[in-house]
Write a protein that binds this ligand. Sequence first.
Ligand code: NHR
Ligand code: GAR
Length: 205
Amino acid sequence: MSSAETLRLVVLISGRGSNFIAIHKAIAEQHIRADIVAVISNRADAAGLDYAKQAGIPTHVIEHQGFPDRESFDREMMRVIDSYQPGLVVLAGFMRILSGAFVRHYRGRLINIHPSLLPKYPGLNTHQRAIDAGEQVHGATVHFVEEEVDSGEIIIQAKVPVLASDTKEKLAARVLEQEHRIYPAAVRWIADGMKPPKPTMESLP
Ligand code: NHR
Ligand code: GAR
């Protein structure tokens, strides 16, 4: 994106929305040239919607159960997303796999945060799988979204140690803390036109 513009973000959530909130706070506190113009959830009870409303951000609930198939759900999502003319669509704990048509429509301007060191542990239940495999290091990855789940170009990763005493909840909390640092850094890199070198965990504030 070119110098003086503000990157318009549409954020997709399914739950708590702590990554959405971290990005929202970082935009204000770290002067990132981006603006969250809408938050969309596929679940009406997503807690992140309450924060968005209090922050004055438009919200939409599009419940996937109301659609006969993935493609029609995705078409409705695209209709609502496109009405905001976003420069970037941000998956933040969004829990539905997206169809090829959706991914192709936003290709290059669609990113996700995944709670593992991809290419290790794509898919679900990543923390328990890392513990069960005896990993000593685990983490999170921000990546561009491609049709194949959790396969796209990596923007930034954060590593955390796995401790002998870890439960999946303890490990998830340690990873989440780092997610809240790397996701805003990835958004800043895109808002700055992807010209600077990619951010790294070591380069973060
Ligand atoms: N869609 C595509 N095409 N590519 C990706 O890389 C995607 C994606 C949609 C979501 C996030 C992802 C993650 O970071 C994401 C990346 C949900 C599932 C899943 O299996 C898998 C990966 C991710 C998100 N969802 C089930 C489904 O049938 C539903 C599970 C539920 O509702 O709890 O869609 O991990
Ligand atoms: C985060 O840990 C995110 O990486 C993960 O879910 C959590 C959402 O938290 N995402 C996935 O597992 C995607 N399948 P949040 O709603 O508080 O941001």
